[in-house]
Design a protein around this ligand. Structure first.
Ligand code: SF4
Ligand code: SF4
Length: 343
């Protein structure tokens, strides 16, 4: 196989054979010989050793290095450990960034994080167009816990504390989208906030040493920290919550295209913010907190200060405005049926 073919095939494994940036990233992480080895997966260590005529120890070393680089994913099937090539663009994006920022191999290819950033601003839009054309939401906002804790019909899959309490495990990693921005001092919000909640993902994070397992109390503290910092809780659609992201809109792989370029990919939560005009003192704190331009100030005859109001069409239901409103003028009300959560 020619050198070009081998990287094209690898990019094809994540459904992006023509991607200039993904081929560039694989080329930085793997020699042509190693790339061919990765293409030969899935396999156990023994099968891999036999296929490539190397001893078991050497095979285990190779597979471990590929996993630390984030181009190979270890998994267990029937009690047997196997290794597969990455198979989805988000998987390879996150795994290779985590391997690099955690310095899991030496020397780490720091430049791939910038290359992924370029990818997110160009070729990624091809995927987003297909996702949008499917005509459904791929994820949703979850309201900040403190703003909906007293809601009578709050469902377990939109109650951030219940989500953590019901999870079989909690592990946290750095946000792969925003990490670089934080390193450069361009974002002052916490970045160690992406939560995985399934036994498999928690094991992967522990084994790969790319994050930390949290107790329930630590998870609750992280929720409070994120809502104060102004990070939007998001997750996938469906009746199970397998991961929680805490995002802003400058770098997030989904919310940036959504807010900056108008894609419709993630839906709002079931809730919407509303302002009690009698309590609003016109301080404008909420204006600063809203990433979606959903709050505007309006003049009230006879009053010196303008008051806030919410544009229902634009509100993402994140609750961040209500968290810091000093007069409790902002509150969240349910505006969508429970079925919306699992559509
Ligand atoms: S933060 Fe509260 S008091 Fe301040 S403008 Fe917004 S709604 Fe009014
Ligand atoms: S108005 Fe803005 S900050 Fe408040 S809940 Fe809606 S989207 Fe979030």
């Amino acid at each position: 196989m020619s050198e070009e073919d081998v990287y094209t095939q690898l990019a094809g494994r994540v459904n992006f054979p023509k991607s200039r940036y993904i081929r560039m990233i694989f080329r930085r992480l793997l020699t042509p010989e190693d790339a061919e080895m990765v293409l030969s997966l899935p396999a156990t260590v023994e099968e891999f050793a036999e296929k490539h005529h190397i001893d078991r120890e050497k095979a285990a070393e190779k597979l471990d290095l590929f996993a630390r680089k984030g181009v190979v994913i270890p998994f267990e099937k029937g009690g047997v450990k196997r290794y597969s090539c990455v198979s989805h663009v988000i998987q390879v994006h996150d795994a290779t960034i985590h391997g690099t920022m955690n310095k899991r191999y030496d020397p780490p290819c720091d430049d791939i994080i910038e290359t992924w950033k370029k990818f997110r601003e160009t070729e990624w839009f091809e995927v987003l167009r297909d996702m949008e054309a499917a005509g459904r939401f791929w994820g949703r906002a979850i309201p900040a816990y403190s703003t909906v804790a007293d809601q009578p019909d709050l469902q377990p899959i939109e109650d951030l504390r219940a989500i953590l309490k019901n999870a079989p495990g909690i592990a946290v990693v750095d946000c792969p989208c925003r990490w670089l921005q934080v390193q450069r001092g361009e974002c002052d919000k916490p970045t160690f906030v992406c939560l995985s909640l399934t036994p498999g993902s928690v094991k992967y994070i522990n084994d790969q040493k790319i994050g930390k397992q949290l107790t329930l109390e630590e998870g609750y503290r992280l929720l409070e920290e994120c809502e104060q910092a102004g990070l939007i809780a998001t997750t996938g659609m469906g009746d199970k919550v397998r991961q929680l992201c805490f995002c802003e809109t400058n770098e997030c792989i989904i919310l940036r295209p959504q807010v900056k370029y108008g894609y419709k990919l993630w839906g709002p939560s079931r809730y919407q913010a509303e302002v009690d005009p009698d309590k609003c003192k016109g301080c404008k704190t909420c204006l600063e907190r809203c990433y979606f331009g959903a709050i505007e100030m309006y003049k009230v005859p006879g009053k010196k200060k303008a008051k806030a109001r919410v544009d229902a069409e634009k509100c993402f239901g994140c609750g961040l405005c209500a968290v810091t409103c000093p007069t409790k003028a902002l509150s969240m009300k349910a505006v969508r049926p429970v079925e919306y959560l699992t559509q």
